[in-house]
Design a protein around this ligand. Structure first.
Ligand code: ADP
Ligand code: MG
Ligand code: MG
Length: 204
């Protein structure tokens, strides 16, 4: 089964943009509690710039689209999340190079993205960052077929909830030490939207 084509990848980005726009306030509110209150702004702007870049550009491969996405996010998002998501999409692109994106390639690409986030953010599981969600998604995909989107999103949601009681040890939230507890991590929430958007694309 082919998971992503050039058209589906563009649609995936369009869906992400929509979700980031709709949930801009929520992401900003989450970041106001434990960060500097710009995560919604960063995500909305980042994916708006992505669509400006890719919508009317012709691409030969999914890898080419994702490379464009990665460069745009890294260049246009000021916060920590920009280079982290940029790295995630760049690693996916590299893994997909010269391949059709079937289930095996897709899973390998997500795994690479997770390694990229870990390397770039020097994050470990349990540090209250978006890495928690990506890592749990990769773990899920190692065991389960990619079609089980409902279960995948439940894993994301459970992980977001898990970040609530964690003490942040990476990123701005770590400045609050103990006081970072009691709030979910904004980056975990935006990561959920990325996978939620993917579900709507792959299921149609
Ligand atoms: P900034 O913190 O620079 O304002 P954002 O608000 O856009 O950037 O993004 C904050 C999110 O980035 C956090 O909620 C967290 O999930 C993620 N993050 C920050 N630092 C790291 C890191 N070192 N590793 C992984 N994720 C991180
Ligand atoms: Mg912020
Ligand atoms: Mg900031």
């Amino acid at each position: 089964m082919i998971i992503l084509t050039v058209e589906k990848t563009k649609k995936w980005m369009r869906e992400i943009q929509k979700l980031m726009e709709e949930n801009k306030e929520q992401l900003t509110t989450l970041d106001q509690a434990i960060g500097d209150g710009d995560h919604g702004i960063n995500m909305e702007r980042g994916f708006r710039e992505v669509m400006l870049k890719i919508e009317d550009t012709d691409y030969d491969t999914v890898a080419d689209v994702l490379k464009s996405v990665a460069m745009t996010l890294t260049a246009k998002v000021g916060g920590a999340s920009g280079p982290l998501y940029g790295t995630a999409f760049l690693k996916m692109s590299m893994e997909m190079q010269g391949k059709e994106v079937d289930e095996t390639v897709f899973k390998a690409a997500v795994k690479e993205a997770v390694e990229g986030i870990k390397m770039r953010g020097k994050a470990e599981m349990g540090e209250k960052t978006l890495y928690d969600v990506w890592n749990q998604v990769a773990n899920f995909l190692e065991e389960e077929p990619v079609e089980d989107w409902g279960a995948l999103l439940e894993v994301c949601q459970a992980t977001i909830e898990d970040t609530r009681e964690m003490q942040a040890t990476k990123g701005r939230a770590s400045y609050l030490s103990e006081r970072s507890k009691g709030h979910v991590d904004p980056g975990s929430m935006s990561s959920f939207y990325i996978f939620q958007a993917l579900m709507t694309v792959v299921e149609t």
